[in-house]
Write a protein that binds this ligand. Structure first.
Ligand code: NAP
Length: 228
């Protein structure tokens, strides 16, 4: 597997930390980003501490978001949808020329439970918004359906789940399809063009609803698919 340098924006949150842990566990170099570098450093130390006994693990460090992007092959956006567009606007110069992966799920919660937020009257998604703002980056949508709890869990591989990957650029998508191996041990599933993030992002509301009902951390598995 190719070894990448991966910046995780919002790497102090459960999803960013969990993805960073999985990537580093599989030999990638990870920089966890934060709006405040001093917040990212202890989180990076916590992740590193879990990797001391893992042969071939990559390093994990912490940095301010823009600094984390420097020299990165891949940048993962793991921030809430609130404030997402402003963050991407600020980071746009640092994202220039990079493969940028969005796992952002714009969701709303009310008395009836979770639901997807309609982005741009249904004509958009967080991933497409990021692409529209950071025109010099190549956006890919992935990792929307893997729970942070599962990522940080004790299993070596999350073999019972698939990572669905959407994007318009075949090369960028291929990088992320391979990165999915860090989680499941298998290639991610090419789920189509970036606009399908409009379907993938709100699907998470269904998984959260299932999680609440059955007290589990559900994920997605595509039947009939064998990437080996
Ligand atoms: N949690 C899950 O199980 C899960 C699963 C799949 C996908 N996701 C998606 O992954 C993303 C991150 O999830 P999470 O649960 O880790 O979220 P989170 O804890 O709410 O936020 C992650 C990090 O984003 C940064 N952040 C918060 N508000 C921000 C703002 N207005 N602007 C810029 N940065 C901000 C914070 O880092 P700093 O304060 O250090 O900058 C925070 O630690 C979300 O879009 C979520 O939908 C989550």
């Amino acid at each position: 597997m190719t070894s990448y340098r991966i910046a995780v924006i919002g790497g102090t949150g459960p999803q960013g930390k969990g993805l960073g842990y999985r990537f580093a566990r599989n030999g990638h170099t990870v920089v966890l980003g934060s709006r405040a570098a001093e917040k990212a450093v202890p989180v990076a130390e916590e992740v590193s501490a879990r990797l001391t006994d893992v042969d071939g693990a990559g390093s994990v460090t912490g940095a301010a978001n823009a600094d984390a992007c420097e020299g990165a092959d891949v940048v993962v956006l793991a921030v809430p949808s609130d404030g997402h567009d402003e963050l991407v606007e600020d980071l746009a110069p640092a994202l220039e020329g990079k493969v940028v992966v969005s796992c952002v799920n714009p969701l709303a919660f009310d008395k009836r439970g979770p639901s997807g937020i309609v982005v741009d009257a249904g004509e958009g998604s967080a991933a497409e918004s990021a692409q529209r703002i950071a025109t010099g980056a190549t956006l890919v949508g992935a990792f929307h359906h893997v729970s942070a709890v599962t990522l940080w869990g004790d299993r070596d591989l999350i073999e019972d789940e698939d990572v669905l990957v959407c994007g318009d650029d075949a090369d960028a998508k291929a990088v992320v399809i391979e990165l999915a191996r860090s989680l499941s041990g298998r290639d991610g599933v090419d789920a189509g063009k970036l606009r399908l993030a409009r379907q993938l992002e709100p699907l998470t509301a269904v998984l959260i609803s299932i999680n609440k009902r059955y007290k589990i951390h559900s994920g997605v598995r595509i039947t009939g698919f064998d990437a080996h």
